[in-house]
Design a binder for this molecule. Structure first.
Ligand SMILES: C[S@@+](CC[C@H](N)C(=O)[O-])C[C@H]1O[C@@H](n2cnc3c(N)ncnc32)[C@H](O)[C@@H]1O
Length: 169
């Protein structure tokens, strides 16, 4: 059976919901792979907002976008995803088709800078508020690294608390 990485699985799930012209969010830019995928998928009429707390992640993502001439479709935000609601312009609230979270640390970067349960949950609550009715949120969490176990447990608890009449998990 062919093996599929979780990163690819998340992108495939998003692809099934995202149309050209849509608005999408990458809540954890990292090295920009998900943002590149989102920018390609939303097309010239769409837009992507990408968040990270590290300049290195924004620089790495920008280089990737530049290499594909997709930089004009993306707003790179040097801030925690916990600020998502304040950063996204009001006219896109309720219209965001996809929000991707790939938690943990920046591969090749400082492993001490990791996503934290409190701000991740704040960002997820904000993501739910800006999401379109048929929108999708993907979350890749990594139990096994310092802080990752606690974050994953809290996420599972949060997901179980979602109203099944409003969210499919
Ligand atoms: C596993 S990487 C993301 C991988 C990325 N999606 C990609 O395609 O390359 C996790 C990223 O989350 C970032 N991060 C940590 N805390 C954050 C926060 N509060 N808000 C936004 N990003 C954060 C880290 O700096 C790191 O770059």
């Amino acid at each position: 059976m062919p093996r599929i990485s979780l990163v690819n699985a998340a992108q495939l799930a998003v692809k099934s919901c995202l149309q050209p012209g849509d608005i999408a969010v990458d809540a954890t830019l990292g090295n920009g792979y998900d943002t590149l995928f989102l920018a390609g998928t939303v097309g010239p009429g769409g837009h992507v907002f990408g968040f990270d707390v590290q300049r290195q992640a924004l620089a790495s993502s920008y280089q990737k976008l530049l290499a594909h001439d997709l930089q004009r479709r993306v707003t790179l935000v040097l801030a925690s995803h916990a600020n998502l609601l304040q950063v996204l312009p009001e006219h896109v609230h309720g219209r965001v088709a996809a929000v991707m979270f790939n938690l943990g640390y920046l591969p090749g970067g400082d492993k001490a800078v990791i996503t934290r349960a409190d701000s991740t949950l704040e960002a997820l609550a904000a993501a739910c508020r800006v999401l379109a009715k048929s929108g999708i949120i993907t979350v890749l969490a990594y139990p096994g690294h310092a802080g990752g176990d606690n974050e994953t447990d809290r996420l599972v608890e949060w997901m179980r608390s979602l109203d099944p009449d409003q969210f499919k998990t």
